[in-house]
Design a protein around this ligand. Structure first.
Ligand SMILES: [Zn+2]
Ligand SMILES: [Zn+2]
Length: 176
């Protein structure tokens, strides 16, 4: 959704809108976005400034990095951003506040979709886990160990942390 300073009414406006995953360009290696994103915003606008307070709800199907099962991730986030129109020459100046944006006054349209996309992608985990205690797949037979044990003998001390400790203590030097 866009706020066009030329046509958007001054004062406080509350509006609901939906965006498709396509319009938000939502994509992530480990998550799929099939559903529309619902957004409610309250906009407080003056001639050259808009304060946007909103709430968004989205849903992703994420793939667990350990067991490769898909599970639902619900994103419900609140946000607040301030957009201020300034002459184009000042645009590159850092506002010093990530929630405070400069918008070019010669093109006074604020596209909220980039912000919405960013909030969703920051909230959906980069390395999704279906459960903190997910037991993952057997490295030998591929059995999902959350479902049942397979009986294979599991290698000991194979967590990355243990490997790192071994590496640091020099155990692996000369092994290769
Ligand atoms: Zn899992
Ligand atoms: Zn197994």
């Amino acid at each position: 959704m866009k706020i066009d300073f030329a046509t958007w009414p001054d004062g406080t406006t509350v509006t609901d809108f939906v965006e498709t995953p396509e319009s938000l360009e939502l994509s992530s290696d480990m998550s799929r976005f099939d559903d529309e994103v619902k957004v409610t915003v309250t906009v407080h606008k003056t001639d050259d400034e808009a304060i946007v307070e909103g709430r968004l709800a989205a849903r992703a199907m994420s793939t667990c990095v350990r067991c490769l099962d898909e599970f639902e991730v619900v994103v419900e986030e609140e946000f607040r951003r301030i957009g201020k129109l300034v002459p184009t020459a000042q645009i590159s100046e850092d506002t010093g506040d990530p929630d405070y944006l400069f918008l070019p006054s010669n093109e006074p349209v604020w596209d909220l979709n980039g912000m919405i996309r960013e909030i969703i992608l920051l909230t959906v985990p980069e390395n999704p886990l279906c459960d903190e205690d997910c037991r993952g797949l057997c490295r030998k037979c591929g059995q999902n160990l959350n479902v049942k044990q397979c009986g294979c003998e599991q290698p000991k001390n194979d967590s990355p942390l243990v490997q790192l400790k071994d590496l640091l203590s020099g155990k692996h030097i000369g092994d290769v």
